[in-house]
Design a protein. Structure first.
Length: 467
C-alpha cells in the first residue's frame, strides 16, 4: 500500500508540473511580437554600425586630405634658405641671405691710396624671393653692408614659357659675365678691372628666355641707363639704354666641351649729364681705391665733364668648366660721348678692359659658375675638411688717350691699370667659405710730373655665409 500511495503522489506531481508548463507557453501572437521587437533592435544596431562606419570613412577622408595637404606644403630650412609654400597652388616664399665680413690691409701705400687697413662688413643682404601661381616670380634684395642701405633688386618676372618671359623692375643689367655672377659664387672677393666698364643695376624691362635645355639664353630690354659700374634708382633725362645679351653652350654634345659657354652683349643709348649728375664713371682697383675720374668742379672755375650723346658697350665673353678646372674670360669696350658742361664740342672716348681667370679645386670637386659643393663638408670628428680652391687672375683697363688732359687730370688719374691676383678659397660647406686674396695693381700715369701712380698691394681676407 505505501508504494501505491507514493506512485500516485508522483503522478499527481508530474501532472501539475506539466500543466504549469503548458500554462506558461507563449501564444503565436506573443512570439510574433517578440520577434518583431528583436528585429527592430537588430535594425537599430545595424543603423548604429552603418553610422559609425560612415563617420569613420569621413574621418579617414579628412585625415587623407590633411595628409595630402601636408605633403603639398613646402616648409623647411636648408642650404637654399627658409622655404614656405604649397605645391598644388604653385605658391612659394623663400628667405635667403648673404653676409661677407672682410679684413683688408694695404702694403706700401701712397698718399693717393687713402683707404686705411680695416675690418668691414662688405655685404649684408637678406633676400626675399617667391613664386605665385607657378608662373610669376619676384625678388626683393636690400643691402645693409658698409653701414649703408640700398635697394639692389626689386622685380617681377612673368614666365609663361621657358623660352619667353618678361622681367620688370630693378635688377642687374644683362651685360657682364662676371657681373651677373651672384656675389656668393664669385671666384675672387672683388671683381676684376673690366667691371669698371660694366653697368651694375638699372631699372627697366626685358624679354628673356632659355632655348633648348640651356643651349641658348637670351635677354633684350630697355633701361633708364646707368654709367659704367653704376647702380641707379631713377633717371634725370629722357635718354634710355637698349641692352641685348646672348649666351650659350653650343658644344653640349661634345665630351670635354659641354660646359664651354660663349656669349656676346651690347648696350646702346643717349645720355645727357649735368653738373649735379655728370653721368660719368670713376674707376676703382680691387682694393677699392679710385685711380681714375673725370674733371669735376661744381664751382665752375674749372670745366666739369659730362656725358652728352651716344654711349655704347660691347662685350664678348666665355667660361669653361671641366671637372675641377675652371676658366672665365671677358673683354669690354665702352664708348661715351663727353663734353665740357656748357660747351657744344663733343668727343667720343673709348675705354677698354679685359681679364682672364683660372681656377682648380685641389680636393677634386667640380668647378662651376655657381660655386663649389664640397664632397665632404667640414667635420672635425669625421676628419672632413671641406674643399680647397686655388685661383689666379690677370686683367687690364686702358683709358682712351684722348681723355688727357682735356677731360681728366693726368697728374691724378692713371691712363692704364694692370692687375694680377691670386686667391685661396676654403669651402667649409656649401654655405660657409673663407677666402684670402692678394692683388697687385700697377699703373701708367696718374702721378705729377708725368710719373706713374704708386702700385697698390692689397691683402683681403673674407669670411662668408650664404644660404
Amino acid at each position: 500500500m505505501p508504494s501505491v500511495k507514493a506512485e500516485v503522489a508522483l503522478l499527481v506531481l508530474v501532472a501539475c508540473f506539466a500543466a504549469s508548463a503548458f500554462a506558461d507557453e507563449p501564444s503565436v501572437a506573443e512570439l510574433q511580437q517578440r520577434l518583431a521587437a528583436q528585429e527592430e533592435k537588430i535594425e537599430e544596431q545595424d543603423k548604429r554600425l552603418r553610422d559609425q562606419e560612415l563617420r569613420l570613412q569621413k574621418q579617414e577622408a579628412r585625415s587623407a586630405a590633411r595628409d595630402e595637404e601636408l605633403r603639398q606644403r613646402i616648409l623647411g630650412l636648408g642650404p637654399d634658405g627658409f622655404m614656405l609654400g604649397s605645391r598644388d597652388s604653385g605658391f612659394q616664399l623663400r628667405l635667403r641671405g648673404v653676409v661677407q665680413a672682410d679684413g683688408r690691409a694695404y702694403f706700401a701705400t701712397a698718399p693717393n691710396q687713402p683707404l686705411p687697413d680695416q675690418f668691414l662688413i662688405r655685404r649684408a643682404r637678406p633676400i626675399l624671393e617667391g613664386t605665385i601661381g607657378d608662373f610669376v616670380d619676384f625678388r626683393i634684395l636690400p643691402e645693409f653692408g658698409q653701414g649703408n642701405f640700398q635697394l639692389l633688386d626689386a622685380y617681377v618676372d612673368l614666365r609663361p614659357w621657358a623660352w619667353l618671359a618678361l622681367r620688370g623692375g630693378k635688377y642687374k643689367t644683362p651685360f657682364g659675365l662676371e657681373r651677373l655672377q651672384q656675389e656668393q659664387y664669385l671666384l675672387f672677393v672683388e671683381r676684376g678691372l673690366p667691371q669698371n666698364l660694366v653697368p651694375d643695376r638699372d631699372i627697366g624691362a626685358a624679354l628673356h628666355g632659355t632655348i633648348g635645355d640651356g643651349w641658348l639664353v637670351y635677354e633684350a630690354g630697355i633701361f633708364n641707363g646707368t654709367v659704367d659700374g653704376g647702380n641707379v634708382d631713377g633717371d634725370n633725362n629722357d635718354g634710355k639704354d637698349w641692352v641685348f645679351r646672348v649666351f650659350g653652350h653650343p658644344l653640349k654634345q661634345v665630351r670635354g666641351l659641354r660646359a664651354l659657354g660663349v656669349g656676346f652683349a651690347a648696350t646702346y643709348g643717349k645720355q645727357r649729364g649735368t653738373i649735379a649728375a655728370p653721368l660719368l664713371p670713376a674707376f676703382k682697383t680691387t682694393g677699392q681705391n679710385t685711380f681714375f675720374s673725370f674733371l669735376l668742379d661744381a664751382t665752375g672755375v674749372r670745366p666739369t665733364i659730362v656725358a652728352l650723346g651716344d654711349r655704347y658697350r660691347l662685350s664678348p665673353q666665355l667660361d669653361w668648366y671641366l671637372g675641377p678646372v675652371g676658366l672665365l674670360a671677358e673683354y669690354v669696350y665702352s664708348a661715351t660721348t663727353v663734353s665740357a658742361y656748357g660747351s657744344s664740342a663733343q668727343t667720343l672716348l673709348a675705354n677698354q678692359a679685359w681679364q682672364v681667370q683660372a681656377s682648380v679645386v685641389v680636393t677634386g670637386e667640380h668647378a662651376s659658375y655657381e660655386g663649389v659643393q664640397p664632397k665632404r663638408p667640414f667635420n672635425l670628428r669625421r676628419r672632413h675638411f671641406g674643399a680647397l680652391e686655388l685661383a689666379a687672375r690677370y686683367g687690364e683697363l686702358r683709358i682712351d688717350a684722348a681723355t688727357f688732359p682735356a677731360f681728366a687730370d693726368p697728374a691724378k688719374s692713371a691712363h692704364a691699370a694692370l692687375e694680377w691676383a691670386a686667391e685661396a678659397n676654403w669651402h667649409f660647406t656649401r654655405l660657409v667659405k673663407f677666402a684670402l686674396l692678394f692683388a697687385r695693381t700697377t699703373f701708367k700715369g696718374g702721378a705729377p710730373m708725368a710719373g706713374d701712380r704708386a702700385p697698390e698691394n692689397a691683402l683681403i681676407g673674407r669670411l662668408q655665409i650664404a644660404f
